[in-house]
Design a protein around this ligand. Sequence first.
Ligand SMILES: Nc1nc2c(ncn2[C@@H]2O[C@H](COP(=O)(O)OP(=O)(O)OP(=O)(O)O)[C@@H](O)[C@H]2O)c(=O)[nH]1
Length: 321
Amino acid sequence: MEQIGTFGASPYEVGDLQLFNGCDERTTSQALAGCAIVRLPHGAQVKDGYSARMYIVLRGALEVAADTSSGMSDGTVSKVLPGESVGEQAVLDDTANLFAISASEDSDLLVIEADLVWRLIDQCNGLARNLLRLLSFRIRAANAQLRRRQKLGEFYRQLSLNDSLTGLYNRAWLNDMLPRMVATAQRGGTPLSLVMIDLDHFKRFNDTHGHPAGDDALRAAAGVVSAGLRPTDFAVRYGGEELMVILPDAGEQLAVMVAERLCWRLQEVVVFQDMRQGLPHITGSFGVACLAGDASETTLIERADAALYRAKQAGRNRVAL
Ligand SMILES: Nc1nc2c(ncn2[C@@H]2O[C@H](COP(=O)(O)OP(=O)(O)OP(=O)(O)O)[C@@H](O)[C@H]2O)c(=O)[nH]1
């Protein structure tokens, strides 16, 4: 940053500076006359050592990247154009400029030291009003950005816990949630049941109708499962063509009833909406297990798996306990 002159000796006028709109031009010009004008070549950073000062762009443009020192930077950059300022907040709360400020083209900047800003605020109500407006605008913009980030965060969180093909919860969700559900059931002495579902002869289905059709069938099966549950139950894609249902507060009898209902609905499901195609049916085998004593979630899954194996052995398209 090279000083190229002072405001008083430059062709610029107070009328060019938005922040001083409504202030008396003569007294403001006098106050700003001794302020430095610095030149910042394209790409150069504003380096002000840790002092709080305000910069007003006279020519060119600045780019301000969000708070880099706190690691909060998310790549958002705002542009500061001629007549606009940066650094007011640093002056008002007497902290260094935390933002990375650089020139996006060759720029001339008016530098106003903090003590002069305060003197001008005392002199001119217009400046105080303009500063308040500017800060209010910045707060609204920051809030909007925060809301966008929150929404994005929630979106990615959902994405990381849901299976992209079926929309059901995925293994990461299961690994996190099942131990907690088991602990809650054991603490409260309430039942908890698990239904493991494996689509029958799915390799044959893929081989006959193609892999994309297999994906459609998986989606259809997931739809049947989620539509057949209470809002308090959970459906998970456990693996390739294996789904799982978690039924909190459900004992053996209820769990078998739910599994029977899903098994029946699955064989009725229409995989292809296109009526010109044949109707391939999908069926599933279901293994039911209920939490007993102080068994772990691993034991519960193993027991549901063993029941599923029995359903397969007994001829598929059925429920086993
Ligand atoms: N289309 C599709 N197929 C999948 C997906 N994940 C797993 N599969 C297929 O599912 C099939 C599972 O085959 P197997 O484990 O041999 O079992 P199966 O043919 O269903 O036979 P049984 O389970 O004994 O009734 C494999 O061919 C996998 O490629 C998927 O996301 N999409």
